[in-house]
Structures are given as structure tokens and as C-alpha cells.
Ligand binder design. Structure first.
Ligand code: ADE
Length: 343
């Protein structure tokens, strides 16, 4: 492992060298992240699969298969890429589908990888077709064919690559082409965390922040974190500020309730946008069924934001139902929004 630094390349890519940053340059978000698989809370089967894959590769002196992680935002896809690189001792190179505009962008990054490095592509479903096709031989045979010039002057040069691990992350696995999907040996869906898992994560994060919190406070915060560690950690910081300024600094249930009311987070953890989405279906479209495009137009929101960020949790908790004719609000959504059910 090398010189413990993060390099921002200015091209939408980041290179993370080493498992840890010096304490004073470590952003708080990184310090709340687990660094090793044994510290990871939740996603038991995924963690077990990764432990086995990494240990088997270590025993055979090989590298682990490429890993595809999919699921809603904030459930740990990026964290797991960091952990995989820490576990196998390579550096982590981070980029995203939209940042890799041209084939040259990808080639530039791949040719700098060392053996055992982890190449993380976030939003991998947004790679252009031409970049995606360059990735196939890179994943399969660790080589890349670059074509110079066009027409009768076209020449191709084959670059040999070091054996890297590709970790791809996506919120929309259905948009991935099947040739790309099939080149990943490990393919895991990350699901929402249980309230108990989030409570444990909140206690761990509070300890790292040297913040006192009791069980009731952690339970209330966990209930309102939409099954998502990133939200739990973000809200923990808001409640921590609130408790410091408005009371004695300790986090109990009351501090959580008051601070989250200010944030517009309700007792189920729904955000203002979640509630606007439900309200649109209930009051504009009589509870549905209604197409997502119509809801997005009424809310003046991007359809992708609703599909990627808002809907997964509402579907998981049964507040919204997806039917062949569109989205419907469930009876529990009517009850939660305080509207008489018209179903
Ligand atoms: N912090 C954020 N996500 C976490 C997780 N899954 N386990 C432990 N700490 C975390």
C-alpha cells in the first residue's frame, strides 16, 4: 500500500491510495464508514460472499472476480468498494459512468492500474455503448484494443493491463446490457437495512463522533432513516447539532423528534418529497393508478429521481404499489397521509 492520499484528478475520477487517510484530512463521511468486512453491519449474505471470494482468491494467490452491486442510493455500494480495496491491499480508483465520456478516458485510467487495484465505476448503467464495449476485453482478458485513425488509415493497438478488480455500482440493474452483466462473477443486490441494523450503525457512528445517545434515541432515529445508513448518519449529525444547541448535548428520543421535525422528516422517515409524491397520487390522481411520467410532470421532478430515490423505499414499505397500469397509493399511504381511503 502506498502513500495514504486521495488524488482528485479533475476529470470526475478519484484515486484513493491506502486504507486510511491522515486523521486531519479525513472527511467525516469516510471516518464513519467501516473499513473492513468484519466491521460491516447488515447485508449479511453479501458480506459472506465477499469474505469467501476474497479469502479463496488469497489462498489461490489470484484476484477476486469482478463485483456488481446494485440497489437504491446510500445502502453501501461505494463503502463496499473501499472495503474490497482495503481487504485486498490495492489502491481504489473511483469514477462514474457519465464521467467516462470517451474511450480514451477509460484507457487512460485502466492503463494506470496495478495488479490488485480496485477500479470502481459508479452509475455503471450510464456508460456509453462505445466505452462499454472497450470494457468487455478489459474485464475478460485484461487487455484493451485501441483503434487509431479511421477508414483505410485505421490501426489498432493492444494494451496489456494488470489484473485489476472492477466493482460496478448501479441503482438500475435493469438498464445494464446483458453482455456487461454477465462479465461480473459476483453479482449482489443491496437491500434496505432493518431498524435493528440501523440502531447498531447509529450507536457505532455516535461512538466514533464521541456523541452520547441512549437506546430510545437510537431506536427513534433508526425508525426515521428510511432503511438507509447514509441517511441515518446524516440525520445523526443534525440531531447532534440540535441537542448541543437546544439542550444538554445528549441525544434521547425527544431530541430526535424535535430535530427531525425541523428537517421535515416524519415518524416513518418520509421526506417532504416522499410526502409530495404520495399526496400527488392521492389527491391529483385519486389514489392511482397513474404513470410515473404524469407524477413527475405534476411534481416538476425528474422521473429518474422518483424512480431511483423516492420509489424504492415507498414500494418496500408497501405505501405504493406498482401495477401494470401505473402506481397506486395503498391503504396505509392514505392512512399515513391522513386522508380517508377512497380505494
Ligand atoms: N456506516 C455506514 N454504513 C455502515 C455499515 N453497514 N456498517 C457499519 N457502519 C456503517
Amino acid at each position: 500500500m502506498s502513500d495514504n492520499s486521495i488524488k482528485f484528478t479533475g476529470l470526475g475520477h478519484t484515486i484513493v491510495d491506502g486504507a486510511r487517510l491522515p486523521m486531519d484530512s479525513e472527511p467525516e463521511i469516510v471516518s464513519l464508514r467501516p473499513e473492513k468486512l468484519c466491521q460491516y453491519i447488515g447485508q449479511k449474505k453479501t458480506i459472506e460472499t465477499l469474505k469467501i471470494g476474497i479469502e479463496a482468491a488469497r489462498q489461490r494467490n489470484e484476484i477476486i472476480d469482478h463485483v456488481l452491486l446494485h440497489g437504491p442510493p446510500g445502502l453501501g455500494k461505494t463503502t463496499l468498494a473501499h472495503i474490497i480495496s482495503n481487504e485486498i491491499g490495492g489502491k481504489l480508483v473511483v469514477t462514474s459512468g457519465p464521467a467516462l465520456e470517451k474511450g480514451g478516458d477509460l484507457i487512460g485510467m485502466l492503463t494506470q492500474l496495478e495488479s490488485g487495484d480496485v477500479f470502481f465505476i459508479d452509475e455503471i448503467h450510464r456508460l456509453s455503448r462505445s466505452v462499454e464495449e472497450l470494457l468487455y476485453p478489459a474485464m475478460e482478458d485484461f487487455c484493451i484494443d485501441f483503434v487509431f485513425d479511421k477508414g483505410m488509415h485505421a490501426r489498432s493497438h493492444r494494451f496489456r493491463l494488470k489484473q485489476f478488480v472492477l466493482v460496478g455500482a448501479t441503482t438500475r440493474v435493469g438498464l445494464l446490457s446483458s453482455p456487461l452483466r454477465h462479465r461480473f462473477g459476483i453479482f449482489r443486490n443491496l437491500d434496505f437495512y432493518t431498524t435493528e441494523e440501523l440502531e447498531t450503525i447509529i450507536h457505532r457512528s455516535a461512538a466514533l463522533l464521541k456523541q452520547s445517545i441512549d437506546n430510545d434515541g437510537a431506536a427513534e432515529l433508526a425508525m426515521r432513516s428510511r432503511g438507509t445508513p447514509r441517511i441515518a448518519n446524516r440525520l445523526l449529525k443534525r440531531v447532534r447539532d440540535y441537542a448541543l444547541v437546544k439542550s444538554d448535548g445528549h441525544i434521547g428520543r425527544r431530541a430526535v423528534e424535535e430535530a427531525l421535525e425541523l428537517e421535515g422528516i416524519d415518524c416513518l422517515g418520509l421526506t417532504p418529497l416522499d410526502r409530495q409524491y404520495l399526496d400527488t397520487i392521492i389527491t391529483y390522481y385519486n389514489g392511482g393508478p397513474v404513470g410515473i411520467e404524469a407524477v413527475a410532470a405534476t411534481l416538476q421532478e425528474e422521473t429518474d429521481t422518483l424512480v431511483d430515490v423516492v420509489e424504492p423505499f415507498l414500494l418496500k414499505t408497501g405505501l405504493v404499489i406498482r401495477t401494470s397500469s401505473g402506481r397506486k397509493a395503498s391503504q396505509s399511504a392514505f392512512a399515513h397521509m391522513g386522508v380517508g381511503c377512497r380505494l
